[in-house]
Design a protein around this ligand. Structure first.
Ligand code: AVI
Length: 325
């Protein structure tokens, strides 16, 4: 997933859950406190539109910061990658982040967007076709959090380059992030590499503002889940009985989004009642903020060596170049 207007955060939407999965996950995640629900449920159509708006907010620094790094360091990134890479983008991406990489690369062998959504894939393929005539585009319809295989391009590739911008990795819990990276290292194979965008630890006030913006767009994005429960599952609930909360979890080093109950109440769904006390929450997302050393250790455990790191002047965000070892 990348995150800028038009972005589709793929791992989060990867399951394309139908009502049954949403209900099963809701009941499972609220069997006992603390309650939680997978962030993938944030991204229905309205949620994706709200996420696009988040990426344009002043308070939400990651998108513009990452784009600025990619623009400033394009040449260095290209030098690290080298010519004739098979560029595999995890998630069909947004045109500006895809272009921020492709514009700089030397004769990429082919571009392979991987996304579960055929609609997003087709849009990405069409965008890249139009912007880079002559570049072979080989879309893969797959959930990239699960095993998938890569196509063989017409032009022999010098290496496989996985591209994973947007700090989407930050939405994985740490063991999950490590296992995911280990699978990518195996997929990229000998000589393979990855360019990954990762948000970094910073002042907690800056973080909390990014996840609880003054315009209330993130609050709407989070609360959209309640609308989904009502509209898709027929849940009986008080939409105004909850509020959006962003919290920093010191122990884990992540920002969390919660929906907090403003009173003692129940959500009634499918013949079940999910009780809430005043102040009780359901966690809807974790967004990990890495330190450079912490990520280096994680990447190494997963079979990657961190070869280059580029950051912005404030050290808010990083674009990292990893080589499979
Ligand atoms: C998609 N992902 C990287 C975003 C993040 O920052 O964790 C999702 C998001 N949640 C609230 N604002 C943005």
């Amino acid at each position: 997933m990348t995150n800028s207007p038009g972005d589709r955060p793929s791992p989060l939407e990867a399951a394309r859950p139908d009502g049954e999965e949403l209900l099963a996950d809701l009941l499972q995640g609220t069997r006992e406190a603390p309650y939680s629900l997978s962030p993938k449920y944030l991204y229905d159509q309205r949620g994706s539109e709200l996420f696009d708006r988040i990426c344009e907010l002043d308070a939400y620094y990651p998108t513009r910061t990452e784009l600025a790094i990619l623009a400033a360091r394009g040449r260095e990134i290209s030098a690290a990658v080298g010519p004739r890479a098979l560029v595999v983008e995890l998630g069909s991406g947004s045109s500006n982040k895809t272009q921020a990489l492709l514009d700089h690369l030397e004769e990429p062998a082919a571009y392979v967007p991987v996304d579960i959504s055929r609609e997003h894939l087709e849009a990405a393929a069409a965008r890249v076709d139009a912007a880079y005539p002559g570049l072979e585009v080989l879309p893969v319809a797959a959930d990239y959090t699960r095993p998938y295989s890569l196509p063989t391009p017409r032009t022999e590739a010098a290496r496989t380059l996985l591209y994973f911008p947007g700090s989407t990795l930050g939405n994985f819990d740490l063991p999950e992030a490590e296992a995911f990276l280990a699978r990518q290292a195996a997929l990229a194979g000998s000589g393979g590499a990855m360019v990954v965008g990762l948000d970094l630890q910073k002042d907690v006030d800056v973080l909390l503002r990014a996840y609880d913006d003054p315009e209330g767009v993130t609050a709407a994005f989070n609360s959209n889940l309640l609308h989904r429960l009502r509209d898709e599952l027929g849940a009986d609930l008080d939409l105004d009985g909850f509020r959006h909360r962003a919290r920093y979890n010191e122990d884990l080093g992540c920002v969390e989004m919660h929906l907090e109950s403003l009173k003692d109440q129940e959500i009634r769904v499918a013949g079940r009642a999910i009780p809430f006390r005043t102040g009780q929450t359901i966690r809807t997302e974790r967004s990990y903020k890495y330190t450079l050393a912490g990520f280096r250790d994680l990447a190494e455990r997963a079979g990657f060596r961190v070869a280059r790191v580029w950051t912005d002047p404030d050290g808010y965000f990083s674009v990292q170049f990893l080589e499979a070892v």
